[in-house]
Design a protein around this ligand. Structure first.
Ligand code: F6R
Length: 609
């Protein structure tokens, strides 16, 4: 979703701003803009469309100056347009502001400011910020920003710049991420680390309700009452290279290929040397804790929700604790039954998804114990939850989540095994079997990735179909849901996933001659039943692409094509079965000429409800 950058130092600010915004392009946006202070005036330049359009508009006439702010906007209040793009200014052009999130009381503030004579140019909620600043300013920039922060409601990360107080950027956040990068004789602000990682790995990660005054020589952090806060420097543990494509055509393809490494990192130090058990030192739960958990909620959005569905299966099967899996945007509005015997597990790659964060806060408010499974250290969700298990997948840049999903599945499996160990609900031999199987997964994913040619062929062959169905039972159904989301979000093909046994209750009416149906048939316990469902769609002349284990000899008798994945335990096979589906989505999007890493209308980190 929207991206923010800010710079103050001795270099030309515009250079960093444009480069930083390019690094945030993956977050999704529909307009962009920069504002640079030249020592006397602030020049604002903005444009609807991609950054390339802003750069084209600037031509050789790049704004000059050593302090500036920039923004990529993903439209919420007001359509994408030059006027609605950020930065926004006050009437006199003294103050400029970039903002991510939503100012919920903007209409009341706008009405008040209009009555006082302020002229608004855009339809955005953000524009109230510079006008309110102009209204309350009486010579003290910091005091005026504090006053603004006291008056606004909603979620935000904001950077304020003033020509009346040169050399100083002020920023703040509430429920939206913001980091400050610490340089030498220069400092940076960004909504996400990739924008600054080429310049520094030393950062401050702002917390809700904090305000930072950033100059080229220092950063002071305080609360809204102006009381100073001492903050620890957070050293980012990855480098600029990790946020580059590294020879791959797209981030998504790179991240698909990074899965063996990512899974190894997730497993690292979490398995006993003798492979007899799982270790989750960060949790250190005991029997009393687990016995006190009578019900678990897993709450997440999109792909993370799909990982949660697999997590439900794992935890119920291994630990025998009832689990409900919920979509975060539904969970908090349905009055969930929660008490202090509930454990709520939220799953989020970014750790910033606002629906998931809000669900987490609601679960906490109702007395639940909380655990976050996330990829981003220091993210809002990581900080809000009582406990955190990190997925350690490394930065995920492509909008379509791939390595985050597989590493979330690994954590779900580790959690299931860990709880089962404590409860004694799974025989020791079964734990050893699964742990040994897990250790093989990275190599098996690598092997799955080698067999890409048939997938490219299917993508070319079927990539122009407008509808595709995915079917499966049990864990295969959960994988089908993820495969179908991947396909629709990056190739724009209408894809639907159905529990195979549910087809004949309505959906079978849509199965027609030559319609591609991707049938996942890896689960031995329901294999025969899945085969019957495959026969049902074949009888309607659908084209069936099956996904099966390498030892399978049955499926090819009924399916038109079969993609095989290495043999493993049926609990673990989702980690392999999803890989060809990710590749199929990728190559279908390529066949259709789609912008794989930046699918239309989508954003990497969804920070509005
Ligand atoms: C799809 C995708 C999204 C995210 C969802 C939650 O490929 O990436 O569905 O999974 O927006 O995001 P996080 O995990 O950051 O909370």
């Amino acid at each position: 979703m929207c991206g923010i950058v800010g710079y103050v130092g001795d270099r030309e600010a515009a250079q960093f701003l444009l480069e930083g915004l390019t690094k945030l392009e993956y977050r999704g946006y529909d307009s962009a803009g920069v504002a640079v202070f030249d020592g006397e005036n602030i020049r604002v330049e903005k444009s609807v469309g991609r950054l390339a359009e802003l750069k084209e508009k600037l031509g050789g006439n790049i704004p000059v100056g050593t302090m500036g702010i920039g923004h990529t906007r993903w439209a919420t209040h007001g359509r994408p347009s030059d006027l609605n793009s950020h930065p926004h200014t006050d009437c006199a052009g003294d103050f400029v502001v970039v903002h991510n999130g939503i100012i919920e009381n903007y209409l009341a503030l706008k009405e008040e400011l209009v009555k006082k004579g302020h002229k608004f140019l855009s339809e955005t909620d953000t524009e109230v910020l510079p006008h309110l600043l102009e209204e309350v300013y009486d010579g003290d920039f910091e005091a005026a920003v504090r006053e603004v922060l006291h008056r606004i409601e909603g979620s935000y990360s904001i950077v304020f710049m003033s020509r009346r107080d040169p050399g100083k950027l002020i920023c703040s956040k509430q429920d939206n991420p913001l980091v400050i990068g610490l340089g030498k004789g220069e400092n940076f602000i960004a909504s996400d680390i990739p924008a600054i990682i080429a310049h520094t790995r030393r950062t401050y990660i702002l917390s809700d309700g904090e305000m930072a005054v950033v100059t080229k020589v220092g950063v002071s952090i305080m609360n809204y009452a102006g009381v100073p806060i001492r903050k620890k420097v957070f050293e980012v543990n990855w480098n600029a290279e990790a946020a580059e494509k590294g020879g791959f055509e797209h981030f998504m393809l790179k991240e698909i290929h990074e899965q063996p490494k990512a899974v190894r990192a997730t497993l690292s130090a979490r398995i006993e040397k003798d492979e007899s058990a799982v270790v989750l030192e960060e949790l250190a739960w005991d029997k009393a804790f687990i016995d006190g958990v009578h019900r678990i909620f897993i709450v997440a959005c999109g792909t993370a929700y799909h990982a949660g569905l697999v997590g439900k299966y794992y935890i119920e099967n291994m630990a025998r604790i009832p689990v409900e899996c919920d979509i975060a945007s539904e969970f908090r509005y349905r009055s969930p039954i929660i008490d202090d015997h509930t454990l709520t597990i939220v799953v989020s790659q970014s750790g910033e998804t606002i629906d998931t964060l809000a669900a987490l806060k609601e679960a906490k408010r109702l007395g639940s114990k909380t655990l976050a499974v996330t990829n981003v250290v220091g993210s809002s969700i990581a900080r809000e939850a009582d406990q955190v298990v990190y997925t350690w997948a490394g930065p995920e840049i492509a909008v379509a989540s791939t390595k985050a999903y597989t590493t979330q599945l690994i954590v779900m499996l580790l959690l299931g095994l860990y709880m089962a160990q404590i409860r004694g609900s799974l025989p020791k031999e079964r734990i050893v079997e699964l742990v040994r199987g897990l250790k093989e997964i990275p190599t098996q994913i690598s092997r799955t990735l080698e067999d890409v040619d048939p997938i490219k062929t299917f993508a070319r062959q079927y990539g122009f179909n407008e509808h595709v169905f995915f079917i499966g039972r049990s864990l295969d159904y959960d994988v089908a849901l993820e495969g179908s989301l991947k396909l629709k979000e990056i190739s724009y093909i209408h894809a639907e996933a159905y529990a195979a046994g549910e087809l004949k209750h309505g959906t079978l009416a849509l199965i027609v001659d030559s319609l591609p149906v991707i049938a996942i048939a890896t689960q031995k316990s329901v294999y025969e039943k899945t085969l019957s469902n495959i026969k049902e769609v074949k009888a309607r002349d659908a084209v069936v692409i099956g996904i099966a284990s390498v030892t399978d000899t049955e499926l090819e008798k009924y399916a038109d094509h079969v993609i095989k994945v290495p043999e493993t335990d049926e609990m673990l096979i989702p980690l392999l079965a999803v890989v060809p589906l990710q590749l199929l989505a990728y190559y279908a999007a390529i066949t259709r000429g789609c912008d794989v890493d930046k699918p239309r209308n989508l954003a990497k980190s969804v920070t509005v409800e």
